[in-house]
Ligand binder design. Sequence first.
Ligand SMILES: [Zn+2]
Ligand SMILES: [Zn+2]
Length: 334
Amino acid sequence: MMGSAPWRRAGAAFGLGLLAACSDGTASQSAQSETPAAPPASASCDLELFVLGAGQDAGAPQIGNSQDPAWQDPARQLFPVSLGVFDHKADQRYLFDATPQITAQLRAFDVHTGREEKGLHLDGVFITHAHIGHYTGLMFFGREAAGARDLPVYAMPRMSKFLRQNGPWGQLVDLGNIKLRELNDKAGVDLSGTLTVTPYQVPHRDEYSETVGYVIKGANASALFVPDIDSWEDWQVEHGIDIVQLVREVDYAFVDATFFDDNELPGRDMSEIPHPRVTETMALFADAPDDIRQRIHFIHYNHTNPIGDPASAETAQVLDAGFNIARRGNQHCL
Ligand SMILES: [Zn+2]
Ligand SMILES: [Zn+2]
């Protein structure tokens, strides 16, 4: 279940080709000694996971906010959360979530995986839920853009129904740009014999769809991806899943870090805003062994979250406590 030492690598940062906004930042926590160049097509890394975005749905800079430091500093730009998985042996590529920045993210994925010939070269897209940062990138598979043909889109039943029954998404289905593959809670999908993806339903404000996290399992390691959740406690109560136990069963855990603490949105009563705070998740794992804490990679941070700034005191606080912060450009072996 757990990878042996060579597989258990902390975030390795590397150049992002055309993406000037590579914020490898604190991925350098253990990777500073690594050359920031293209990743080696290592024979020992048959399955690779790439962080294509680590921000909350709207990314940064924020619409309508001229004061956002990301306008001035490309290193502060955030793409909405997305992961890419490349199975070298099966020559298959998958995306987790389709964001409004999918065009640039797919380009970064192409650069990472040396896929220069024209085309999408995607074998499937897994969707977590129907909030704007997680599925609206699907529109680029339609006739106005890529004009994809039968691209498998994996989604839960309610999410699938939402896509089928509402424009413009229904057109993607009707014209055969995408092909919906319905998922069931906790039922793993075997993609290539060595790559398995299992959805886990999580509590979230589900206006249009269920919300899931995924466990992405390769031959040597596995990753949990839970970008959005209301609370760890509700997950336990409503679905019987204990996050502390689950992190013990995976090698990497990319978890909701929308807000750092309750002081982040001045003038708003944050007790009414869900999402486990970064400080709260750190407290949950405070007594866990070092190697468990290291597995946690905070992701999906709001533009207000100070961990978005690799140079902030809060970033240092998280890293000093033994946790990781996911940054666009990170690569891991599964
Ligand atoms: Zn989100
Ligand atoms: Zn959401």
